[in-house]
Each structure stands twice: as structure tokens, then as C-alpha cells.
Design a binder for this molecule. Structure first.
Ligand SMILES: Cc1ncc(COP(=O)(O)O)c(C=O)c1O
Length: 459
């Protein structure tokens, strides 16, 4: 047995026996041990048996530049040599942190972003944004504004704040009671909604009417912020109608409510715009960033702080304006070096154009598949962020069962693509450097899997 194999066997053993894996029941992992991913190259990953697949999820929507970006690896290595760590708490900073904050300010000039708070990932960024929103209102002398509104089906990470604004009971039930003062409203999802409408304009009208009703019920002057993803990710890639965000922003403005755009997935090109909110023509007050900021090469996130929020902090001379919030790894020099390299590469490779072009291509291919396979109920997406919703009965949209979905995922993997399955939905979010023939490999693998899928789709 090669040294690599014996090491791999050891880690698989450890995973099942010694690890609580995220988003998994430990006993399910015992029954179906996790795949060991041993190597990555370009848009491909290889398991410990050497099986090669296109990583159609780019890790967790984050490895936007693929696995072989030498510029990022070199930036990390050289920063490790120079300064592997120092704190950014009061009294110190580091060169990469300064550089990154200025680079990001240039990227986010159209959003009128003035400052950044650095974190270790998306959940930290959401937590930070929620806390800053509350602090903002205290600084404004409106301490009653403590509530948060968000969308049903939204996903905002797993800290208590994020879980409280999450719009899916899966992430909430086991951890309740959550943060008081969080309320959820209907998401404009044209395939499934309580209003029974699919017309985009009408759906926006109805969802915003429901939101305004909730604002008035709660009292507009008790609400700190509304948080949403410009395109919902983990909720099943829900793309709001084009007029939703501009009208949402106008409605929030009427009540003075802050808008937090959770751009953890949509930031840096994934939707075919550099930022999701830019694609909708909206300037948020706070933006949560992570994932593609370092493309998975190092854990780093950030909250981008708009002019309105910055102004409140600048105007304050009391202790209330102190940012009594921070992480040991806020502004980590290695993370910042990785992000700087990542941003340079992201711009140089013009990933936004690839996202748009290859996203359109894949979406058309999946829609073509829907003509062939009855179990495809809905195909949707924006840029390189797509979903295929699988049903056992198209007419009434009955979700496909767990066994069927597991079989589909397995068959897709065997046919050469690694896809993520969330409930009865296949999620696709490949790297933004994907080439046409690699897209074709994803389509071919899915086609083979749907063709091979036998058994009861309801099971
Ligand atoms: C929109 C959104 N917000 C927040 C998070 C949490 O990020 P992390 O897993 O890095 O904590 C995620 C993770 O997928 C996300 O999709």
C-alpha cells in the first residue's frame, strides 16, 4: 500500500469516528463514510481512489479561480515568511491589511463603500453586520431599532445572529431559542410561492406588500435592518425578479431601515455582475463578503461599510461608538495577502464575463435536459449559480425523495461531475474560470445520471 493510501485510510477512519462533520448527522456519516478528496487541479478534484470529477460546486461556491492558482499560493507562502500573524486590535495593523482595505474600496466605489471590518468567514461577516446595524441605531439615538427582517428560504450562516435571520427551519430548530426580534417575509420565488403567481412584476408587488405590512405591524421605527442575498444560494438559487431589489431599497428607505446585502456567495462575479446588488442597481448600507475573497485558499471575510453607517461612527464622540467586537484573526496578514492576489487574478481573468457566458450556456443546456427528463421540474439561475429542482410529479411539483436524489448524485459523480444536492435540488456553481469543454462534461454527467436514474422518484 502506498504511503498516500495508508494516510488516506487513516483520515477516513478519523472522519467517521472522530469528527462531527458540518451539516451531517454523525450516524449518517457512519453509514455512508465521506468521500476523501485528495487533490485539486484547475476545476477538477480527485478522490483517494484517483477518480477525477469536475467540481461543479467549486467547493462551497467559493473556489472561483479553481485549484491551481499559483499567484495566490505564492502570495500566501511569501506572507508566511514575512509575517505569519499579527493582531489588528487597537494599536496595531499590518501592511497587507492596509493594502487590502484600499484595494477593496476601489472595487466597491460604485456602492459608496468607505470602510471594512475583516472577519474569518461568512458567518462572522453576517454576525458583524447585524451588530454594527444595531450599534448604528444606538449612535443615532434610536435604540428601539433592534429588529431584523429577512427572507424566508434565505441563508446567512450559522452563528446565532445568522441562524436567527436564516429562513429555513433546518438551520434553526435544534438551536432555538434564537435571537429575539427577527422576522421573516415571503421571498419572490416564481416557481413556488404562497400567492400562486409566476408573473415577475406581480410577485414583486405581492412580496413587497407583505414586507410593508410586516414593517407596519412591527413598527418601522423598531427595525434596524433588512438582510438578504441578492440571489439566494443555499435556499435553492432563487433569482428575484429584476425590479425586486430596486423597489425593495425604495421601500426600506421610506422607513429608514438599513439594507444589508449578504454577498457571501454573490460577491466577486458569480452572478455575472461583480456584485449581486450592483447587478440589481442598488447600493446597500452594509455588505457581507467572504468565499471568493480568498477563493478558499485561506479563511477570510469582510463587512463593507457604506457612507451612511460610517458617518454615524465618525460623528460619535462617546464610548458607544467603540467597535467592541473583533476576532483574533480580523485582518490576518496571510488572509489579506491571499485576498490581494485573489482580487488581482479575479480582475485579470475577467471572471465576470465567463460567469455570464458559461452560465447562459449551462442554463440553456439544463433547460434542454428538462425537455427530455420528466423529473426535472424547474431549472433556474443567474451567472454561474444554478439549480435543477427534481420532482416526482411535474404537474403538482412534488419534491423528489431522498433515496432518488442520493442515487442521482452518486450517478453524476461516477459519470464525472461532483454536484451538491440540497434536499431535492441539484446546485451548480462551478469555478468562474471554467472552460466550455468542462461545462460540457458537467452536462454529460448529469444527462447520464438522469438517464440512468431508475426507481421511484418519490422515494
Ligand atoms: C449567503 C451566505 N451567507 C453566509 C454564509 C456563511 O459563510 P461561512 O460558511 O463562511 O461562515 C454562507 C455560506 O454558505 C452563505 O451562503
Amino acid at each position: 500500500m502506498s504511503e498516500t493510501l495508508s494516510r488516506t485510510n487513516l483520515s477516513r477512519e478519523h472522519s467517521v469516528k472522530r469528527v462531527f462533520h458540518p451539516m451531517a448527522h454523525p450516524n449518517d456519516m457512519d453509514a455512508m463514510p465521506p468521500r476523501v478528496i485528495s487533490r485539486g487541479e484547475g476545476v477538477y478534484v480527485f478522490d483517494d481512489a484517483g477518480h477525477k470529477t469536475v467540481d461543479a460546486g467549486a467547493g462551497l461556491w467559493n473556489v472561483n479561480l479553481g485549484y491551481s492558482n499559483h499567484a495566490i499560493k505564492e502570495a500566501i507562502a511569501s506572507q508566511l515568511e514575512e509575517l505569519p500573524y499579527y493582531s489588528a486590535f487597537k494599536g496595531s495593523t499590518n501592511e497587507r491589511l492596509i493594502e487590502l482595505s484600499h484595494t477593496l474600496a476601489e472595487w466597491l466605489e460604485p456602492e459608496n463603500i468607505k470602510r471594512f471590518f475583516f472577519t474569518s468567514g461568512g458567518s462572522d461577516s453576517v454576525e458583524t453586520a447585524l451588530r454594527l446595524a444595531r450599534q448604528f441605531w444606538k449612535l443615532q439615538g434610536q435604540g428601539d431599532r433592534i429588529k431584523f427582517l429577512s427572507l424566508k428560504r434565505g441563508y446567512h450562516g450559522t452563528h446565532f445572529g445568522g441562524a436567527s435571520v436564516n429562513g429555513n427551519s433546518t438551520f434553526r430548530r435544534s438551536y432555538e431559542p434564537l435571537l429575539p426580534g427577527c422576522f421573516h417575509v415571503a421571498v419572490p420565488f416564481d416557481y413556488r410561492n404562497v400567492f400562486g403567481v409566476s408573473d415577475a412584476e406581480r410577485l414583486t408587488d405581492l412580496c413587497l406588500a407583505a414586507l410593508e405590512d410586516e414593517i407596519q405591524f412591527q413598527g418601522g421605527d423598531t427595525i434596524a435592518a433588512f438582510i438578504a442575498e441578492p440571489v439566494l444560494g443555499a435556499g435553492g438559487v432563487i433569482v428575484p425578479p429584476p425590479n425586486y431589489w430596486p423597489r425593495l431599497k425604495a421601500l426600506l428607505d421610506r422607513y429608514g431601515i438599513l439594507l444589508i446585502a449578504d454577498e457571501v456567495i454573490t460577491g466577486f462575479g458569480r452572478t455575472g455582475s461583480w456584485f449581486g446588488c450592483r447587478g440589481w442597481g442598488v447600493q446597500p448600507d452594509l455588505m457581507c463578503l467572504a468565499k471568493a475573497l480568498t477563493c478558499g485558499y485561506f479563511p477570510l471575510g469582510a463587512v463593507a461599510i457604506g457612507e451612511r453607517v460610517e458617518r454615524a461612527f465618525k460623528a460619535d464622540n462617546s464610548a458607544m461608538g467603540t467597535i467592541s467586537h473583533g476576532y483574533t484573526y480580523s485582518g490576518h496578514p496571510v488572509g489579506c495577502a491571499a485576498a490581494l492576489a485573489c482580487l488581482r487574478e479575479t480582475a485579470a481573468l475577467d471572471v465576470v464575463t465567463t460567469a455570464r457566458r458559461e452560465g447562459d450556456y449551462l442554463l440553456a443546456a439544463f433547460r434542454g435536459m428538462a425537455d427530455r427528463f420528466e423529473t426535472i421540474g424547474n431549472v433556474r439561475g443567474k451567472g454561474l449559480m444554478m439549480a435543477i429542482e427534481v420532482v416526482s410529479d411535474r404537474a403538482v411539483k412534488t419534491p423528489a425523495g431522498k433515496t432518488y436524489m442520493a442515487a442521482l448524485a452518486k450517478a453524476t459523480y461516477e459519470a464525472g461531475a461532483l454536484v451538491r444536492v440540497l434536499g431535492h435540488t441539484i446546485i451548480l456553481s462551478p469555478a468562474l474560470v471554467i472552460k466550455r469543454h468542462e461545462c460540457d462534461e458537467i452536462v454529460a454527467a448529469l444527462q447520464a445520471a438522469f438517464a440512468a436514474a431508475s426507481g421511484d422518484p418519490a422515494s
